[in-house]
Design a protein around this ligand. Structure first.
Ligand code: SF4
Ligand code: SF4
Length: 278
């Protein structure tokens, strides 16, 4: 028996909404009982696309975080339900039984990821089924994964060490969305947005020139990373911890070195840093 999972690479997601639209195309107005009842014409997004804006102008980043049901190994929606209305299949897919869940609105608030919707007309909670009805017919992947043009969504059998998802998981650091929920999700992520520090360097005697190739060193604990400013004089360190201490040192021969002690409570734009001639 396969153990299904999905890895979502946020760095490959362009926010094209193909996954979102293919999901709506599959489920809006279509019953797949006993897997799922039809989605209403509007208001439900079983594959959500969350936009995360980081930084301050002009150093701004926009990430898209595709967010389906996480098909958790320790699913809190299952414990929020009564009468086996939510269950986990042997392949790991978590299903809300549309018949047994009728009237159980508490199931909606049982999910901290907020991926369960209440269907007011049918009086049932609803969510992503990982396209279980298609997988059981022999499909190799859900509609959203099939529709993704960039390969940001990888689906497969986590118990098969030769599957694409297992190879990707072994080769890259994957992490949970909201690990603090401790629900052991089968949907994992690569490249979830972290803190960044950025800035721009100018030399005092060349104020109209971009200061290219200046050494900028980031220190944290016993670690140091040095990068060089690009041809616009810009530098950036991404993937940093939240609320952690970092030091930035900017050095160039013949100019006074500048040092900044930073705590990454927010993304930090140091702005234009002028190195004074000595
Ligand atoms: S993400 Fe929410 S709805 Fe999905 S299995 Fe986990 S707790 Fe249940
Ligand atoms: S289809 Fe792929 S690239 Fe497009 S929004 Fe979805 S995950 Fe991102």
């Amino acid at each position: 028996m396969a153990k299904y999972g999905m890895i979502i690479d946020v760095t490959k997601c362009t926010g094209c909404y193909s996954c979102f639209l293919s999901c709506r195309d599959e489920y809006a107005g279509n019953d797949y009982l006993p897997y799922s009842a039809a989605q209403p014409p509007s208001g439900q997004h079983w594959m959500q696309l969350k936009e995360k804006e980081r930084g301050t102008c002009p150093k701004v980043k926009l990430d898209y975080i595709p967010t389906p049901c996480m098909h958790c190994g320790d699913a809190s929606c299952i414990t929020a339900a009564t009468g086996d209305a939510v269950y986990r299949r042997p392949d790991g897919i978590v299903i809300i039984d549309p018949a047994k869940a009728k009237g159980q609105k508490d199931i909606v608030s049982g999910c901290p990821y907020r991926v369960i919707y209440w269907n007011e007309e049918q009086h049932i909670p609803q969510k992503c089924t990982m396209c279980a009805h298609l997988l059981d017919q022999g499909w190799k992947e859900p509609r959203c994964v099939e529709a993704c043009p960039t390969g940001a969504l990888v689906f497969g059998d986590l118990d098969d060490p030769k599957s694409d998802i297992s190879i990707l998981k072994a080769s890259q650091g994957v992490e949970a969305l909201h690990p603090e929920y401790k629900l052991n999700p089968a949907v994992m992520y690569i490249g979830l947005p972290k803190r960044f520090i950025a800035g721009e360097v100018v030399l005092s005697d060349q104020p109209d020139e971009c200061a290219e190739g200046i050494d900028v060193t980031l220190s944290f604990g016993d670690n140091k990373i040095t990068v060089q400013t690009d041809n616009f004089g810009d530098f950036e360190f991404d993937g940093l911890e939240n609320d952690a201490p970092y030091t930035i040192e900017i050095a160039q021969g013949g100019y006074a070195t500048k040092t900044f002690d930073i705590r990454t409570k927010i993304d930090v734009n140091l702005g234009t840093i002028v190195l004074e001639k000595q």
